[in-house]
Design a protein around this ligand. Structure first.
Ligand SMILES: Cc1cc2nc3c(=O)[nH]c(=O)nc-3n(C[C@H](O)[C@H](O)[C@H](O)COP(=O)(O)OP(=O)(O)OC[C@H]3O[C@@H](n4cnc5c(N)ncnc54)[C@H](O)[C@@H]3O)c2cc1C
Length: 559
């Protein structure tokens, strides 16, 4: 069909509107993600994982499942403070679509696989499944991530982990607010942030008073207020509070050991820009029963294990949202005609799309590399050090790109992109969140500096990863030499931290693409991101780029 063929004078004939991107396999046409999965799995487990994700991708790509994402965000959760008889209940009611999306996540083991599987690549396999699920809906990813991430912190207190971990690892989603031991599966949340400070949790004022003997595993009562507590319908939370010995970590269940409702007042739900399916609340602890997890006064060191894993998911989630935006943009422009040709065929639009595809390639490569580092960290101290610094570097970079890509992908849709019926508007509203929570951009940069200062080997290991790509592209080698010179300058590091982290992150992405991506992708990435042949906006790649080859790898196909 050509623009000149459009029938005239029939106001009821809908022409030149692309079909919705649905009833397609989310995994099948995502070449960057499939390549990344294959890279970190051996032939046997890679083929098995690919089959698993293909099947999940087909399921999630069905129109009715994609619609759940829209519904869960349109019909927002509602707080029920009291029941009809006046009893305080502090419950949140969700739309049916939320529960279906939660089931789809929990049944796939996105909250559990690395802790329940003997597979040495379980983090990577989970990353692939989460890459798919997060494209459908992001709010439900919050409690799923927190339930996944809590395990390493819980294990610091083995007698508590032995009770709670099996419940949390169940593949049955059970939304009932009843005592945890009566449930077929439980969910975890976290509450650190207070009004006076989120980044600086040492300013927390919530108090913890020992009921009897003080110390790890013992019982306490908490009193205080938390300014952000997402997914308050979870069954238990890790919470920071000040005890006699300093800031400590506590497990707070919704029910006491006597099966009574634990005082856990939900004051209100936040009205948010995006992430609307998810309830984010302000809560009050009023002599709330808790158990100490980890050493007294070592609350940050205890909960940081959980935070490290939620930060991994911020990166994976951002790469996933970028993928969905790019898929939507490629699809729309593949069907939409303007000035007699499909948009995707027009040189300037090709430039925009290829640039967005490069961002998606780089985000995906970084996310899967990070997941592989979490796998390796389970048996290698060096891998753990690499993961420590790479988590902050990747989170900073990939989450910052999320909004840029969502905005540009929206523009590819023209006016349709700005209308709420199109998924792209929701994705755009969601897109700033991953860079704000779990440590905002500056906090990640300061974390990189702290890691490098406390243990310089972490930075050396990171730079060694960049060195791995030497010999693949002379421009990259030259850039890396210059980067090393810049890194040797210790002056004003805090002031320059964003620039330093940005360079390290771009270097990691380039290193991965030079080693593992097709030449069309790595050439264009190095030329545009490292050696400066690019303007500020997307769509400013140089003329030597193989635009079609890059777009082809990310173009979804319906039917
Ligand atoms: C939708 C949503 C859900 C959330 N859910 C939860 C939850 O479930 N549990 C929970 O505990 N928290 C939750 N949070 C809170 C979130 O983690 C915090 O908002 C975040 O950590 C930042 O803390 P803050 O809001 O107090 O900002 P601040 O700490 O005041 O920071 C403001 C800005 O200052 C920057 N900054 C801080 N320190 C420095 C420094 N030294 N140098 C330079 N810049 C600095 C930060 O990077 C940030 O950009 C949620 C937030 C949102 C938006």
């Amino acid at each position: 069909m050509k623009a000149r063929d459009f029938a005239a004078n029939d106001p009821f004939d809908v022409q030149n509107q692309p079909p919705p991107l649905e009833d397609y396999n989310l995994w099948e046409f995502d070449r960057p993600a499939r390549d990344a999965l294959a890279l970190y799995c051996d032939d046997n487990s890679g083929a098995q994982a690919d089959t698993e994700t293909l099947s999940y991708g087909a399921r999630l790509g069905r129109a009715e499942v994609l619609r759940l994402g829209e519904l869960a965000n349109r019909y927002e959760p509602e707080l029920r403070t009291y029941d009809r008889f006046g009893h305080r209940i502090d419950e949140v009611e969700f739309h049916e679509s939320w529960h279906r999306l939660m089931s789809l996540s929990i049944e796939a083991g996105i909250h559990s696989t690395p802790w329940t599987s003997a597979d040495s690549g379980a983090h990577v396999r989970r990353a692939a499944m989460s890459h798919l699920k997060h494209q459908v809906e992001q709010g439900t990813s919050c409690p799923v991530t927190m339930t996944f991430a809590v395990v390493p912190s819980l294990r610091i207190q083995p007698e508590i982990a032995s009770v709670w971990e099996p419940r949390a690892m169940s593949r049955q989603y059970d939304p009932r607010l009843i005592p945890a031991h009566q449930k077929t599966g439980v969910l975890f949340g976290m509450a650190m942030t207070e009004r006076q400070g989120g980044s600086d949790v040492r300013a927390n004022t919530t108090r913890a008073r020992a009921i009897g003997t003080r110390g790890p595993g013992n019982e306490y009562l908490l009193r205080g207020h938390k300014w952000f507590c997402s997914a308050p319908m979870c069954d238990a939370f890790l919470v920071l509070a000040q005890s006699e010995g300093g800031l400590s970590c506590f497990l707070v269940p919704r029910f006491t050991p006597d099966d009574e409702r634990n005082p856990f007042q939900i004051q209100r739900l936040k009205s948010k820009l995006g992430n609307r399916s998810n309830a984010s609340s302000e809560i009050v602890f009023d002599d709330t029963w808790a158990q100490m997890v980890g050493e007294e006064g070592r609350g940050v060191a205890t909960i940081i294990e959980m935070v490290r894993h939620t930060r991994l998911d911020c990166t994976l989630g951002a790469a996933s949202l970028i993928r969905r935006c790019v898929a939507e943009a490629c699809h729309h422009t593949a069907y939409r005609y303007a000035f007699g040709r499909r948009l995707i065929e027009q040189p300037l639009m090709k430039n925009v799309l290829a640039d967005l595809c490069l961002e998606s390639e780089a985000a995906t490569a970084a996310g899967f590399r990070l997941a592989a580092a979490f796998d390796a960290a389970q048996h290698s101290e060096d891998a753990a050090r690499f993961a420590r610094i790479a988590t902050a570097i990747a989170k900073y970079q990939v989450t910052k790109k999320e909004t840029d890509v969502a905005r540009e992908a929206m523009e590819c849709h023209g006016g349709n992109g700005y209308v709420e019926e199109a998924p792209i508007a929701r994705l755009f509203r969601e897109s700033p969140l991953n860079s704000i929570w779990e440590g905002s951009g500056n906090v990640q940069c300061l974390d990189v500096l702290r890691a490098a200062q406390r243990d310089p080997e972490t930075l050396s290991l990171f730079v060694a990863e960049l060195d791995e790509a030497r010999g693949g592209d002379a421009r990259y080698d030259g850039w890396l030499d210059a980067l090393k010179d810049r890194l040797s300058d210790p002056s004003d590091l805090e002031l320059r931290a964003r620039r330093v982290v940005e360079e390290l992150a771009t270097g990691l992405q380039a290193s991965l693409l030079v080693r593992h991506a097709p030449a069309a992708v790595s050439d264009a990435f190095v030329a545009s991101r490292l050696v400066g042949e690019r303007g500020r906006a997307y769509g400013t790649l140089g003329r030597d780029v193989d635009f079609d080859a890059i777009i082809e790898r990310s173009l979804p196909q319906v039917g």
